[in-house]
Structure formats: C-alpha cells, structure tokens
Design a protein around this ligand. Structure first.
Ligand SMILES: O=C(O)CCC(=O)C(=O)O
Ligand SMILES: [Fe+2]
Length: 643
C-alpha cells in the first residue's frame, strides 16, 4: 500500500499544477500504491474525479471528488465541500474540517452506471409511520435460510478449522449472503456463545447497579480525535466502549492529560501514526488450532510466537464494584474474540468477492496491527496505535413502559450503515436491529425470530439466556469496505481496459474486460427499532475499522502514465476508449457534472435522471443536514462525542 502523502487534512486540496518540466515541490498527490515508482514524477497528472451521487431528502446531488486523493478524511472533506457545508461539520461520524474523521458514509448513492452499486436511502419525507411496521422478507423455502429468512453463512470456527476448501466455501457463502441480503448470521462456537451470555448478564448488571456519576468516570477521551473509551449516553441508550489502549510509559502521560467526561475532546492530538505500509499479518492461531490450517492467503505470514503486550487495554478505566470482577476479563475477551473473528473473515471474504491477493493485502494494511502483536514484531509496519481504531460497544437501550414508539426518525440510532469494514454483533437479548435490504426493497427484522426462538429456553427473566441462538453473530459490511471495494473495482476496470492517461472522468462508460470483476459489497443499512418497552436491550456490536489515516486504493496507472521516466505499460487493446477528461485542468470540475457520454458508450442500464443542484438547494441540503441530521439524526448524523 502507498506511502501516505504528508498533505495535511487541514490544508485545502492542492489543485495547482506545476509547470510540465518542474519537479513537484511536494510529495506528489498520487502516492504510489505499491512502490516508489512514481515518486520522481515530472508531470503530475491532472485531477481525476469520481462522482458520488448522494440522495438527501429526496433529492439527488452529484458531488465530484478528486479520486487520487486517497486519505479517507480528504475525501470526506470534499464531499462536505461539494454539498456546500462549512468547515467543522460532522457527517455521520466523520468530521469535515479540522479534527478527525472516520471512514465513509455516503448518505446515499445512486449509480448511473453499472460499476456503481445502488444504495438508495429513502428520503426523510417518507412518512415515518410507513416505516414503523417494516414488511419482512418472506422466509424462502430453501433450507439454507435461517429462522427469519436470513441466510446463514456456514462460517463457524469449526468449518474454518477443517480444510482450506471449507474455509473458502464458507467465505463464499458469507460473501453471497452479504451481497444479496446485506446481513449474514454466522455461528460462533459454544464456548464463545457462553461468553456472550456472561457478557450480556454482566452488562445488564453494570447498567443497572452503577450510578451514572460512577459510570461517567470510566469515560476517557484521547486527543482531539473524539476517540474515547468507557461510558457514554445519548437519549435512550447508554454504552460502555472498549478499545485497545496499550499505553506504556510515554503514551500514558499524553493520554492521561486528556481524560475527561466531556464529549468535548482536547485539542492535543495523538502523535501521527507511522505511515509506512505493508501487509498486515493475521493472527490465526488462537482461532485455528492445528498446524494444517490455511493461512488467509498464500503469502500471509503468521506472526512469530512471542509474548504479547501485558495489557492491551491498560489505559481503560473499568467500572467499579458492584460490577462483577469478571466484567473486565469478559469484555476484553469479547473484544479479542470479535476482533479475531472479524480479521479472520476479512481476507477470505475479499477473495470470495474476487479481490486479487495483492489487493487483499492492501485492505489488510488499512487495519491496526492485531492488538496482541508483540511490540517489536516485524510482522507489521505499523506499531499498535495508542488507541485502537476498532471498537466494541456494549449497549443498553431502555424505553419506559407506555411511551410512544420513537419511529425511524427518532430511534436511538437512526438509519445508517456502520463506518468501517465489518460489524460483528452477537444477537441481543431483546429484538431491535432492523436492516434494510441492499436494494432498499424491504426491511429485515434481523433479531425477532432468533430472540423468540432463544427465549423458549430462557430463564424467567428472559434476559440472560437466549439458549442456542446465543451462537448467532450478525455480520454486516461497513461503508468503508464498500467504498474500498468500489475503488478496487475501478482500478481493476481501468487496468483491464488500459484506459488511463490524459485525464479520465472516472465514470465508467467503458466495457469491463475482466472476467471476474470484483463484486460490489453493499454496506448493511440498519437502525435499532426500540419497539420493546420496559425491558433493557443489551447489544454488543464490534466494529472492525481501518485507521482513519489509512489510504484508499487508487488507480496506479493514473500516475505512471504521466511519468516520462516510467512510461505506462502498453495497454491491452480496448474497443471502447475512454474519452479525454473535460476536467483535466487546474480547476475543480463543474458542479453539476460534465456532459453525459454519448449514448453509444453508455452502459446497458440507463442511468436514473440526475438533478442539478442550485445554490439554493445546496443551502437547503446544508440546512437539512444541520437541522435534521444532527438534531434528530435520522440519517445517522452522529455527534463527535459519539466516538
Ligand atoms: O445496538 C444494535 O444492535 C446496533 C447498534 C448500531 O447500529 C450501531 O451502534 O451502529
Ligand atoms: Fe450500526
């Protein structure tokens, strides 16, 4: 993966081009994806734009984003700029402007061409009441489907541990299910299911028995990134957040300075991460017991055995008594299990989506190293961060008896896709998770059936034991993974057609040549429907997230083709050339977009009509986001303090 450009997230995106024969003054805008081939570019390429179609409040806005700007945070900033939002605005978990950022969430995407996958988010004008009683997907007769019509991916530790064939079959199954349904259920081992049960019980006790003031003392904010551990509360839900915080002498000091209960984080930033990259090894051993187990890919190395850091969670504040003393080991074990399982799933899932091995490594390199990697390990180029990117959240939702249903717009979460790569969530004790099909063609009550089934075997309270269904873990793809795959598809696509150079509008109106294109993976859209009154709901989702400073995949030849020293490799013959970019200039592309290509070049599926946003409409969108998203959070606009 690329060496990160030192371009500051705070600086405006550099748009000016140096004269053709002058060496670039700064690191090129186009960091090399694999090696330094392009570091001596003499002529930087013109800007290349990708268009994001965002559906907001029933209107489609088409936002140009400079494709080679790969820092996740930069792309977010451009999306915000395109919407006419000011600095210092948070959209769905990432902050635009100074500060920190987290991976993607496109409020909605409408694909004019086949290479984009449609994610339609219904407008806020959709009557909430029509969404309160979601139509369920009819359970198909196929016996591979789960209790509520949720296909079960047969991805269990047992199947993983058997043979490479099973391992890959399981991953293909997971990929299929995620692509077609947006959700998958995997089965954890009985041992893990037991741990989930214990964790839920301890969480219930923690939320019930500890006074709020005490709970707040466990909250600890790191730097100005809004990252925190410990307790938080918004509206009807409160939660305890676990991240790795390996600490150590030096780190402890800087982090302790910023401990606080306020959602307002400190101005001091944590040190920049080391941005050199390389394939991150995956720790398979705890999951896969035997020597014969398949590595995630042929050249993935297992870390050499040596002792992990003493306490990867050393800077966390744990809740006081009467929380059981097993709370801490249980929660850290839960984190470790879900972290390991999600890391284990990711590479084969990508392979099953036709992502070539070297690209799988690129994606893996966006992760923090496994948190139990020994400090001096050579298995990864990244040291463990002071505070981990991935998060385990142990939530309690509670709605008092006889209170009105909040409805979609006022539900505890709002409709959203999770940031990051993968979400793994052991089934809750009370149903609530509602998903939307990947084509927004129906709602899925992902928990009702499972919880109901489990309650048959539950104890009198019905809250502590879900019986066999405790083995169920929901898996959803996050928005960043979806975006990364989209970019990888673009790269593969352009490599296949050799249609690079001269500036390209990355609106794929050219024929795809690859036989097995990278399969798009829609992010799982969902919200929590607080339909059960008077009963605490405990959920424990784990979010596998990339480093916010990690780089999104770029199209390597975009840069190579402009290098006089390193001419492009000869492109394969292309029957459908990409037109020269009308945006190959210093100026950002017009907003709205450049002309639609001639009909003869268009992909078979006709694009949906796109609207042009007027300045007034842009203002409307900005107002909408501020008033609706951040106040009511129907689209998962999240406050900085949520992270
Ligand atoms: O509580 C749940 O089941 C889901 C929570 C959720 O969607 C989130 O935190 O992103
Ligand atoms: Fe979520």
């Amino acid at each position: 993966m690329a060496v990160e450009s030192p371009t500051s997230a705070h600086a405006p995106a550099p748009m000016a081009q140096p004269p053709p024969d002058a060496p670039p003054k700064t690191t090129p805008l186009y960091p090399p994806p694999h090696e330094s081939k392009m570091s001596d570019l003499h002529v930087p390429p013109p800007p290349i734009y990708q268009y994001y179609n965002m559906l907001l409040d029933g209107k489609v806005y088409r936002i140009p984003v400079r494709l080679p700007l790969m820092r996740i945070e930069e792309v977010h900033k451009q999306l915000g700029d395109g919407l006419g939002l000011g600095e210092d605005v948070t959209i769905s978990g990432f902050k635009i402007g100074s500060g920190t950022y987290f991976p993607f969430f496109h409020l909605g995407r409408l694909p004019p061409w086949d290479i984009y996958e449609p994610i339609l988010v219904p407008s806020s004008s959709t009557s909430p009441s029509s969404l309160r009683s979601p139509p369920f997907f009819a359970p198909p007769s196929d016996s591979t489907y789960g209790p509520l019509g949720i296909p079960l991916a047969h991805l269990t530790p047992a199947s993983l541990a058997t043979t490479p064939d099973l391992y890959h079959a399981a991953s293909r199954s997971l990929a299929d299910v995620l692509c077609t349904t947006g959700y998958a259920v995997v089965r954890a081992s009985k041992e893990d299911a037991n741990m989930f049960r214990v964790a839920r019980r301890e969480a219930l006790q923690y939320f019930k028995d500890i006074p709020e003031e005490e709970k707040k003392k466990t909250r600890k904010v790191f730097g100005n990134e809004g990252k925190f551990v410990g307790y938080a509360k918004t509206g009807a839900r409160e939660w305890f957040q676990v991240r790795t915080t390996p600490g150590g002498e030096v780190r402890q000091k800087s982090s302790e300075e910023h401990v606080g209960t306020s959602a307002q984080a400190s101005e001091t930033r944590l040190p920049e991460e080391n941005n050199t990259t390389g394939p991150a090894a995956i720790e398979l051993r705890p999951m896969l017991p035997s020597e014969t187990l398949p590595p995630t890919s042929p050249d993935t190395k297992l870390p050499s055995p040596s002792s992990p850091p003493d306490d990867p969670f050393s800077l966390m504040h744990w809740p006081p008594a009467p929380t059981p003393s097993s709370f801490r080991p249980t929660m850290t074990a839960l984190y470790a299990t879900l972290d390991r399982l999600s890391r284990l799933m990711l590479p084969p899932l990508l392979s099953a989506l036709n992502v070539p091995t070297h690209m799988v490594h690129e994606v893996e390199a966006m992760l923090d190293p496994p948190f139990d990697t020994p400090p001096n390990s050579t298995s990864t180029d990244h040291p463990p961060p002071e505070v981990g990117s991935s998060v385990l959240r142990v939530y309690q939702y509670y709605r008092a008896p006889n209170t009105p249903l909040p409805g979609l717009a006022n539900a505890a979460t709002g409709l959203h896709a999770d940031m990051g790569f993968l979400t793994l969530s052991p089934v809750s004790n009370v149903p609530g998770l509602v998903g939307m099909g990947p084509r927004c063609d129906g709602w899925v009550d992902v928990e009702s059936g499972l919880v109901a089934q489990g309650e048959k075997g539950a104890d009198a309270e019905g809250e502590e034991d879900n019986g066999a269904v405790d083995e169920a873990v929901f898996v959803m793809a996050g928005d960043t993974l979806s975006e990364v795959l989209r970019r990888l598809r673009l790269r593969e696509h352009f490599e296949a057609v050799g249609a690079l150079g001269g500036g390209v509008n990355v609106e794929p109106n050219v024929e795809r040549k690859s036989k097995d294109p990278i399969t798009a993976l829609p992010p799982g859209l969902h919200y929590v429907d607080e339909k059960v009154m008077g009963k605490a709901r405990i959920s424990m989702p784990f979010f596998l997230r990339p480093r916010p400073t990690s780089l999104l995949p770029v199209l390597p030849q975009l840069s190579v083709s402009f290098s006089s020293d390193h001419p492009s490799p000869a492109p394969p013959p292309s029957t459908t050339p990409v037109p020269s970019s009308p945006t190959a200039s210093d100026a950002p592309p017009s907003f709205p977009p450049p002309p639609v290509p001639p009909a003869s070049l268009a992909a078979p599926a006709p694009p949906p009509p796109l609207r042009t946003a007027t300045p007034e409409e842009i203002q409307t969108v900005a107002d909408f986001i501020e008033k609706e998203v951040f106040m009511k959070r129907p689209w998962s606009g999240r406050a900085k303090g949520d992270y």
